[in-house]
Design a protein around this ligand. Structure first.
Ligand SMILES: NC(=O)c1ccc[n+]([C@@H]2O[C@H](COP(=O)([O-])OP(=O)(O)OC[C@H]3O[C@@H](n4cnc5c(N)ncnc54)[C@H](OP(=O)(O)O)[C@@H]3O)[C@@H](O)[C@H]2O)c1
Length: 296
C-alpha cells in the first residue's frame, strides 16, 4: 500500500461538498470511500453520481473502519454530528483523523473528539460547490484551503489531505476563523448581490440584457482588482465628480430606492479606502452621499 494514502476515508454527509470530497479523495483511500447520510435517497443519489464509493446508514460502521473522517454536513448540524461521533468514539479503540469543512469555525467544535484522543482539524476549501463533483475536483486542484488544527500533528494531517486534493493549505488561527469567513462571504456572496442589484437598475434604465452589458466591464474590473488591488479603482469617486454622485443618488431614489442604502454604503467605503491609501477626496463627495436624493 502507498504510505501516503489512508486505509479508508469516511465522509459524513451526502451533499455537494461530501460528493466532491468522495471523488477527490478516492485515489487516497485504499478501500472505497464510505459515505454516511441521514437520507437513503440522497445516499443512493450520491452512489449514482460518484463511481467507486460505498455508503452506510450506520455512523458507527464508519467510525470503526475509517482512519480519516471528513464531516461535510450543514453548519448547524455539526455539533449534533460531533456528539454522535463522540458517543461512537467511546466504543472503539481506534483514533481516526477527523476534520470538518465549515468555514466559520476552526477545530474548536470538534473538542469532544479531541478529548477522546482523535486528531481534529478544520479544512475549508475556498471554493464554491454546486453539485458537479468532477468539475469541483478539478477546481480544488490549486485552490486554497484554510486549515486550523487542534495540534501540530493535526495540522500535519490537514496539510496531507489538502495535498492529496492538489490544493494549497493556508493556516488560519482558531480565533480568526470568523474574520476569515466574513472576508470570503463579503467577496463572493456579496458580489452576487451587487451584480443582481446592478442588473435590476439597468433593467429599469431600459436595458434588455443587463448581465450581457455588465459582463465585460465587471470581468475586467475583477481581473484588475485581483491583479492590482485598490489601484484598479476608476470612476467618479476617484475623479471627484460630485455632481455625478448627486445625480446617481437622486436617480436611484427615484427609480430603484431599495438600492440607495447599498450604493451609499459602498461609496462611503470607497471614499474611506481612498483616504486610507493616502488620497484626499473632496469632502463634498461625502455631503453628496449624505444629502442628495434622500428617500422620503
Ligand atoms: N457549498 C459550498 O460552496 C461550500 C464551500 C466550502 C465549504 N462548505 C461547507 O460544506 C459543508 C456542507 O455544505 P454543502 O454545500 O455540501 O451542503 P449540502 O449540499 O446542503 O449538504 C448538506 C448535508 O448535510 C446533511 N444534514 C443537514 N442537516 C443534518 C442533520 N441535522 N443531521 C445530519 N445531516 C444533516 C444533509 O443531509 P440531507 O441531504 O438529508 O438534508 C446533507 O447531506 C458546510 O459546512 C459548508 O459550510 C460548502
Amino acid at each position: 500500500m502507498n504510505i501516503d494514502i489512508f486505509r479508508r476515508i469516511g465522509i459524513v454527509g451526502s451533499g455537494r461538498v461530501a460528493r466532491a470530497l468522495a471523488l477527490g479523495l478516492k485515489p487516497a483511500s485504499h478501500k472505497p470511500p464510505l459515505l454516511w447520510g441521514r437520507s437513503p435517497e440522497q445516499l443512493a443519489e450520491a452512489e449514482r453520481q460518484v463511481d467507486g464509493i460505498e455508503t452506510t446508514p450506520n455512523l458507527g460502521a464508519l467510525v470503526q473502519t475509517c482512519d480519516a473522517i471528513a464531516i461535510a454536513v450543514a453548519d448547524d448540524a455539526l455539533s449534533g454530528i460531533v456528539a454522535t461521533l463522540a458517543a461512537e468514539a467511546s466504543k472503539t479503540p481506534s483514533s481516526p483523523f477527523v476534520f470538518h469543512v465549515s468555514g466559520r469555525s476552526g477545530a474548536a467544535p470538534l473538542a469532544p473528539l479531541r478529548d477522546a484522543g482523535w486528531l481534529t482539524a478544520a479544512i475549508h476549501p475556498a471554493m464554491t460547490f454546486t453539485g458537479n463533483p468532477p468539475g469541483e475536483v478539478a477546481r480544488m486542484a490549486g485552490a486554497r484551503f484554510a486549515i486550523t488544527g487542534s495540534s501540530v500533528d493535526a495540522a500535519v494531517q490537514a496539510r496531507r489531505v489538502v495535498g492529496l486534493l492538489g490544493g494549497v493549505a493556508v493556516e488560519i488561527p482558531e480565533e480568526r476563523r470568523a474574520l476569515y469567513h466574513a472576508a470570503l462571504c463579503h467577496a463572493s456572496n456579496h458580489l452576487v448581490t451587487l451584480i443582481a442589484d446592478a442588473a435590476q437598475a439597468l433593467e429599469r434604465a431600459g436595458v434588455a440584457a443587463p448581465r450581457a452589458l455588465l459582463a465585460p466591464l465587471v470581468q475586467a474590473a475583477l481581473d484588475n482588482s485581483l491583479d492590482r488591488g485598490f489601484g484598479a479603482l476608476s470612476g467618479p469617486l476617484l475623479r471627484g465628480d460630485v455632481q455625478t454622485i448627486r445625480d446617481h443618488v437622486a436617480a436611484l431614489a427615484a427609480h430603484d430606492p431599495d438600492l440607495v442604502a447599498a450604493y451609499r454604503a459602498m461609496a462611503v467605503a470607497t471614499i474611506d479606502r481612498l483616504e486610507h491609501e493616502g488620497a484626499r477626496p473632496d469632502a463634498a463627495l461625502r455631503r453628496a452621499l449624505d444629502s442628495s436624493g434622500a428617500v422620503p
